[in-house]
Structure formats: C-alpha cells, structure tokens
Ligand binder design. Sequence first.
Ligand code: MLC
Ligand code: AMP
Length: 518
Amino acid sequence: MTNQNLFAALRAAFPADLEQVAFETDNGLLYTWNDVERATAMMANLLKSLDLPDGARIAVQVEKSVEAAMLYLATLRAGYVFLPLNTAYQSAEIEYFIGNAEPSVVVCSSKNFGWVGKIAFKAGTQNVFTLDDDRTGSLLQRASHCSHQHETAPRRADDLAAILYTSGTTGRSKGAMLSHGNMLSNAQVLKDYWGWVPGDVLIHALPIFHVHGLFVALHGALINGSKMLWFSKFDARAVVQKMPQATVFMGVPTLYVRLLAEPSLDQNAVRNMRLFVAGSAPLLIETFNEWQQRTGHTILERYGMSETAMLTSNPYKPEQGGERRGGTVGFALPGVDLRVRGDDGSAMPTGEIGGIQVKGPNVFKGYWRMPEKTREEFTSDGYFKTGDVGKIDDSGYITIVGRSKDLIISGGYNVYPAEIEGYINDMPGVAESALVGVPHPDFGEAGVAVVVAKPGVAPEPGQILAALKSKLANFKIPKQCYVVAELPRNTMGKVQKNLLRDQYKGLFSPAAVSDAVK
Ligand code: MLC
Ligand code: AMP
C-alpha cells in the first residue's frame, strides 16, 4: 500500500529541479526545494532520535519563519502530531494546552523559554527546544548534527497529523484532531477547484498556527510545487510591493481592508495576479465591491473551520456553476456534503435559514480526549454541526447569516465570550459581565465588555482591561469596557446579548471615532 503520510504527497509535488526557490522571505533569504528536503529530514531525524511514543504531540509556539514551517513538515514526515499555538497566548493559556495535550516535545521562542519551559517540564514534557525567527535556537543546533536523509514514516489516511485547539459554545478549548487524509483530501480538492497552474507564486502573509495560513495557504503552494513569497508578519505596503511577482494571495478580511487603505494598491500592482482568496470571517460586501473597482479582480470567498478545513468556495471559473458572488461563500466543495437543518433536525427548504451541517473526507476525527463533546457535535447520521447558521439558494450558493455558537471573530481570530467573561467575573468588585462583538472597521468585529459591579464598589474599566491584558492573548482583550447598573435579561433570566450588540453597534463607526477624537 502507498504511504498516505501527507508529507509524502507534498514531497511528490516538489519540482523536478530541487535547486529552484521554494521560499523567498521578506528579509531577502532564499530557500530552495533542496533546502526544504534536507532541513525537514534533519528535523525529522532529530524527533526520531528522541524515542517518542507513537502519536506523540509536538507543541510549537514560535514566531513565523521558514524554519517553523519546516518543523511542521518534519513533524508530519516523522509521523508525529503537530500542535501549533498562537504566539499571543500567555501562561494560563499555554498551561491549559500543554496540560491537556501532554506533548512529548515543546518548541518555543528563546525569549519565552523561562516560562514556557517551566510549564512544559512541570507537565512532564521531557524535551523543550527553542526556535527563533533568525535561524537560531537549540532545535536547529541539535538538528544540524542529524542526517539530511530521512525516509518518510508510513502513515495511513486515518492517522492523526495535527491537533488544532478551538472552542465551541461553552467550556474550555477543545483539540480538533485532523488526520493525514483529512488534510490531503482538502489540499487536492482546492488545487483543482482553484485552478493552480505551474508557475503560480503565492504571497504567504498569514500566521502559521491556524488553518488558513498553515493548511490552506502552505499546503496549497506545496502541493502545486509553487514558490512562496514569505512574510513574517503582514505589512500592507510590503505586500503590494511584492505583488507583481506573485499570482495568488490569501487573506482574512482585515488584510483586504488594510490593503485597500494602501495607496499603492492599483491595477498595475496586481497585473500578474490570478486569484485573491478571502475567508476565516465574513467579508463585507463593501470590501468585495471596492476591491473589484480598485483592482479589477473579484475576490473569491470561501468558508471553513478548524474541525473541517475548507467546506465551501465561490467558483474559480464560471463553468463551476456561476460567478463569484459577494456576500456568499459559494458552493459546497466537491466531496463535501453540506445541508441546512432546523433546531429539531428537520431539513430546511431552499432559501430558509438553519444550522449548517457537514460530512466529508475533510471532517475531523473528533475532539482530543473528549468523546462526549465529540458525540454532542455530530448528528446520529454522522454530520458535524458547524455552529454556523446559513441558507442555500436555488442555485446552490451558500450564505452564512450568523452563528449559533457564542463566538466573536476579530481580525480572523476567534474570541470566546465565556472565557473572557469568566476572567472578568473573577475580579474583585465584579458581579457579572457580558462580552459582545460589534462591527469594527479594521477587525470586522471587536469585543466590548459590559460589566455590572457588586453593590457599593466601582471597578474602573481601565483596570479591568489592564488586568485582562496581564492574563490573556492580546487579540482577546475587549476594545472597550463599560460598567453599567444591570444587564438586559429576558423573562427566562437570560442575558440578551442582541440588545447589547444593538446598543454598542455604532461604537467604532468612523463617525463615532471622529467624534471621540474631537
Ligand atoms: C491584533 N490585535 C487584535 C488582532 N490582532 N485585536 C483584535 N483582533 C485581532 N485579530 C491587537 C493587538 O494586540 C494590538 O493591541 C492592536 O490590536 C493593534 O495591533 P496591530 O499591530 O494592528 O495588529 P497586527 O499585529 O497587525 O495583527 C493584525 C492582523 C492579525 C490582522 C494582521 O490579527 C492577523 O494576522 N490575523 C489573521 C488571523 C488568521 O490567520 N486567522 C485564520 C484562522 S483559521 P495592543 O493593545 O496590544 O496595541 C479559520 C478557519 C478558516 O478561521 O476558515 O480559515
Ligand atoms: P476556526 O474555529 O478558527 O476554524 O473558525 C471557524 C469559523 O470561522 C467558522 O465556523 C465560521 O464561523 C467562520 N468563518 C470561516 N470562514 C468564513 C467566511 N468566509 N464567512 C463567514 N464566516 C467564516
């Protein structure tokens, strides 16, 4: 039987001439395909030399670099399980992930070694390495002594390849378990659907600890043997400058908003571009239209999630069923079975709103060590309940109209109100709180905390925010905080977040912001 390790398929797509450039970084470094082949072999050999148990997790919280991408590929290659962690996570967050996943190896930035190492050793991890974005750290030092030849570990399609932490309606984060087969099937479908061709060059400007940057973008380029223009951090002006050398760009809506604010973005800058893909959060129709007017290109919006990788896409070409339609996420991808159901599980007629449920080779294996949660999120006939609410029109276009899960998506990052409210409610002087998402011109949605004080105390909004900053990843910090007398409730006593969202919806509108500056 052929090796179904995802790395084997990606490796098979490398160009015949391994001396071609695979990665060109924003600080001018070039890495050939041969560099990728050898460095991933050396790192895979290092992991193998550690005598790790089968299915060992390799947890990684490092700044974006080509070496960090290679570490991901090396983990696949050696047959272990990759666990990427957002660089913004602080100690309580990291403690939870490491405690829950029990990784055999933890890789962190050298500046964080003190606290991350301590958490890891305390949790029983035996191997802690450092990796920095300037090609230094103990991981590379140790790998440099290893052979640059490695035979890709045999894996079946169903074997675990990565765990991505995500959260649902309530409770702590859950690790979504993705297999080699989940990711390979999705990468192959997208390669065909988006018409990748020889010579395509991808601008990679997303973080590599979530599905969009790590899987959709990286796998997309690798499985086409395509060069990447690699940005360690998104910078609108630098991206526009590089655009004439590229053909494909992928971004969350905030990246498109920031690119549109860049005066040098014009039709000349995009003259060689073939495809602009957006996703991870709703793309405003204004952004879609403005992009079309300014560049002459129509953004292709697609929809996916950590548990499923990509689910739907607008058509790349009209033969796939029509034009790219703003405000929709297009059609279910080939092989993805998508349906809309009512609260009672009944099928919704065309055009009616309901919960989006999916099935397919891309759908994850379940939540790490949470069989109960896994069962709850699947229907009895095997469909995964996405928590997104939408409808399908009579031409098959899918529109997402909201979420049944209490989730704020800010600049493409997920913020779970229950987590933030838990921290606020534990603060002295706080009786209760609610976090709601409101429209934000840059991040799409931003969190606003509404707090009720205990009788006789007056907590300061500034202090509440400062206390949160010391504990949580920066993107989770509410952009505003208000202390109020009470929260609106319905007759059942449930907080009416829709009323709060309505009350604060204009907070970040350009008019409100300019009033505040006056
Ligand atoms: C940064 N900040 C954010 C934020 N990013 N606040 C809310 N939401 C965010 N996303 C904070 C910073 O901490 C800082 O606060 C202030 O905002 C300004 O920071 P900045 O310098 O402007 O931010 P920057 O570093 O440029 O980051 C913005 C960004 C980044 C848009 C480039 O957020 C980003 O890369 N987003 C992409 C996320 C992504 O890849 N999502 C894919 C998920 S996969 P302060 O107070 O410290 O000054 C998925 C599935 C699918 O969803 O379908 O793809
Ligand atoms: P994550 O858990 O980070 O994988 O986020 C997945 C969620 O992002 C989905 O469940 C959707 O709510 C949202 N999402 C992804 N793509 C889109 C899109 N194109 N439009 C609207 N929401 C999206």
